[in-house]
Ligand binder design. Sequence first.
Ligand code: GLN
Length: 232
Amino acid sequence: SVSAESGKTYQIGTDVTFAPFEFQDAQNHFVGIDMDLLAAIAKDQNFKYEIKSLGFNAAVQALETHQVDGVIAGMSITDERKQKFDFSDPYFDSGVIMAVRKDRTDIQNYADLKGKKVAVKTGTEGYRFAESIAAKNGFTIVPFDESAQMYEDVKTGNSVACFDDYPVLAYGVNQNNGLKTVTEKEKGASYGFAVDKGQNAELLQKFNAGLTHLRESGEYQKILDKYIGSNA
Ligand code: GLN
């Protein structure tokens, strides 16, 4: 017989646009490393889910208030978040990096940010890092909800730089998004799939089992290659 559990459709929160991890293609389908991984894991583990494209901070809050069952959004496994959430095995290594407008030559390091505005994304590791060096380097933080809004603020020149995850900025710069990086990346936590602490152990277990299978079958690497090729 079919248990109630197996008929459940999990609600999964994610970011809006965080390529190459989640973004919409020309047909408005959710694609990217996170989306393809989740689809392949759900198929392997035989569960149903629905994607809620909420934005990063909103997705994390929705998880905390039990509006969604899980979050996959290039979400870093931090000690602070581990107090509130249970994370899957790490599936991608990341880090934070600064970006400036492509044609700028005046910002080469953090000290050059003195007296300037810097765009950050609410609730992220990039925000945390920028905040941690803001006073020392004398810059002001301007928060946004989406990475695209941050990049726009840097391109218009309101902010002189932004901080975002290295693989996302590297992908964007590679796609000619009008930005460039000038500094080294800062060490950051790996990405994991999150559920509320002590809740949804079954979903977490399925995610981990599926991830292991995909790693063994080579499908995990195929998904990475599809989006980031040899940089994976
Ligand atoms: N990896 C970063 C974090 O977890 C950013 C995630 C995101 O913006 N989607 O804070």
